[in-house]
Design a binder for this molecule. Structure first.
Ligand code: LLP
Length: 424
């Protein structure tokens, strides 16, 4: 006997005051939607939790680097954590001042460092000795002083997916405390780098506070040791990594108050500036991907729902086997059925869900893939020559297209047939 699923909840049909079926009708699918109200709520909750601390939130732009999203961060007085010149330019364009931008990443190129020095970013989170020396040389050549923090790799298991774990010694990120200690000991030779900060980021989608506490403790111990050795530490950047709820029945995110309490506790007595780099926590749950069922295909063993969204719009299930809730955007009760929900891309891994029970669907039905506000559109690609999807900001009954759907001409811009061969 089949069960009937009364799904989805009304919120899925109307979100942030906007009726999703008519929006999808108007703008087409696939289409990313973001609720500005939800993002503002998260911003407000974080600001409340941080009250009384000298803290600057540098939103990790990689989570969702749409300029309109960055503008919401700018309006809140937040800065940005960037990992490329592209993210820096986006952040500046959104109105985030350079003095609130921190530059992280293991592979900053000389050109990127030069550009960041020219605009005057607040801080470089330096991840290798080679980078430190390059920064010193480039700053000296320009006669400027670069502010820098060492990204410490505290060798802590973040207890998250291996592909988004960054704080173990075998990971490419940061340097061990022994090496960082040597940098400070030799820092008098850095005539154009002021090494006066510590940075740590051990992983993403963390649902357990213990690894965070351990990492903070190691950094705090190191800060006290450095102070004891006569070094000035003016900023401690605690990174990002706060997890969100993808599966209501399993994921128990860390309460923001508990997270900030752990920071307060570990850094008691620190009188410099605390930087935070949350990405996902601010935007993930505020986003959804709207997609239409192209067809229902009954295979020999499984029933496939083929959607017009693919791994090109949301890579997380293909890359990390990530679980995203999927609901039809309708209020009609329908009998349940089990599907594999797949995209049109020519890869077996192009699947959003396997063996997922949904209310029965038919071609043309609108689905909502939830919790896609972070690492959705920002990880998109043109694979299979699929145009980038539209992105839409919803705000209390209004909406604005914040990225129009890419056209075929947009996609080919820059590509050309051979005009003339150059002799190599
Ligand atoms: N700071 C640094 C130095 C980072 O590398 C990251 C994320 C963040 C901050 C922000 O972390 P969040 O608060 O968003 O967890 N594509 C993966 C996530 C990769 C995260 C990379 N670094 C995913 O879809 O799960």
């Amino acid at each position: 006997m089949s069960t009937t699923i009364e799904s989805p909840r009304a919120i899925d049909v109307c979100w942030d005051g906007v009726d999703l079926p008519s929006l999808a009708q108007k703008l087409g699918t696939p289409c990313h939607v973001y609720s500005a109200s939800s993002i503002r709520q998260r911003i407000g909750a974080l600001q409340t939790a941080l009250r009384g601390l000298d803290a600057l939130v540098c939103y990790a732009a990689k989570a969702n680097s749409n300029v309109a999203i960055l503008q919401l961060m700018a309006q809140a007085g937040f800065g940005a954590d960037i990992v490329s010149a592209g993210e820096m330019r986006r952040s500046l364009r959104a109105g985030i001042p350079a003095q609130r931008i921190v530059f992280s990443g293991v592979g900053k190129s000389a050109d990127e460092i030069v550009e960041a020095l020219a605009v005057g970013v607040a801080r470089f989170n330096v991840e290798s000795e080679d980078e430190l020396h390059l920064l010193q040389r480039l700053a000296a050549e320009r006669g400027v002083i670069a502010r820098a923090a060492v990204r410490v790799n505290p060798d802590v298991d973040a207890l998250t997916h291996a592909k988004i774990s960054t704080g173990k010694s075998e990971n490419k990120f940061g340097v061990g405390i022994d090496e960082a200690r040597r940098w400070f000991a030799a820092s008098a030779q850095l005539t154009h780098v002021r090494l006066d900060g510590l940075h740590v980021h051990i992983g993403s989608q963390m649902l357990d506070l213990d690894p965070i506490r351990i990492a903070l403790q190691r950094v705090a111990d190191f800060w006290r040791e450095l102070i004891g050795a006569g070094h000035a530490i003016n900023s401690i950047d605690v990174g990002g990594g706060l997890g969100v709820c993808y599966r209501a029945d399993r994921d128990r995110p860390i309460a923001i108050e508990d997270y900030v309490a752990a920071i307060r506790h570990a850094l008691t007595g620190f009188d410099g500036r605390i930087l935070l780099e949350p990405g996902r926590w601010l935007v993930a749950e505020a986003g959804a991907l709207l997609t239409r069922v192209i067809r229902v295909k009954q295979g020999r063993q499984r029933c496939f729902l083929v959607t017009d969204a693919a791994m090109t719009e949301l890579l997380r299930p293909s890359l990390y086997d990530a679980w995203h809730e999927i609901v039809p955007v309708t209020r009609e009760p329908r009998p349940a059925q089990t599907y594999d929900i797949v995209g049109p891309v020519c890869e077996t891994g192009d699947a959003f869900a396997v063996d997922r029970e949904l209310p029965r669907c038919e071609a043309g039905d609108l689905l909502m893939i939830r919790t896609t506000g972070a690492y959705g559109a920002s990880m998109a690609s043109n694979y299979n020559s699929r145009p980038l999807a539209a992105e839409v900001l919803l705000d209390r009954g209004r909406y604005a297209v914040v990225r129009r759907r890419q056209t075929f001409e947009d996609m080919l811009a820059g590509e050309q047939s051979v005009q003339e061969w150059e002799n190599a």
